[in-house]
Design a protein around this ligand. Structure first.
Ligand SMILES: [Zn+2]
Ligand SMILES: [Zn+2]
Length: 166
């Protein structure tokens, strides 16, 4: 999130801390407030990445503290860590409706191997073996698929376990 966004949501937004959480004395007070914040920002998301830098600016604590709060909510079964295997992520990306240009520019030979969209801006992604595992071969994929792949597979993502807090 940008600085202007963090400035605009600093004052005056109201958070809700569910009663079950308030009464759980295994969770420190700040982590309870933090959970209220996650509910405020992400309640409609199936899963989400916690931008530690954003929250560390919001609360004026270091990023390790944000991680500690997240971990304590995971330990209490309130947040669940979500991650995708490479094959699952690629399956999701292959099911997208590819973007299409209606102008005359000819992108025909530049297409994304996963979503099949045409684009001038193709990225090289190490596949089938990830670079971090020593892969050398690459495939061409679009910038969106590339970002989304790394989001699905590499970012630490969470899901709120509503049944544990309501
Ligand atoms: Zn793509
Ligand atoms: Zn990549």
């Amino acid at each position: 999130m940008s600085n202007s966004e963090s400035e605009s949501c600093k004052p005056n937004h109201k958070i809700v801390i569910p009663e079950k959480i308030l009464k759980n004395n295994k969770i420190e007070a700040n982590a309870k407030i933090f959970l209220g914040e996650l509910i405020y920002f992400f309640k409609s998301n199936e899963f989400f990445h916690i931008p530690n830098e954003f929250f560390s600016n919001l609360y004026e604590v270091d990023e390790k503290t944000i991680e500690r709060w997240s971990d304590s909510l995971v330990n209490e079964n309130i947040l669940k860590i979500i991650n995708f295997e490479q094959e699952e992520a690629i399956k999701i990306l292959k099911e997208k409706i590819p973007q299409k240009f209606t102008c005359d520019l000819n992108f025909d030979n530049n297409f994304c191997n996963w979503c099949k969209c045409h684009s001038y801006l193709l990225h090289k992604h190490h596949h089938p073996i990830r670079k971090k595992y020593g892969g050398i071969k690459t495939i061409d994929i679009c910038a969106n698929c590339h970002q989304e792949f790394h989001f699905l597979c590499d970012y630490r993502k969470f899901k709120i376990l509503w049944e544990m807090i309501c």
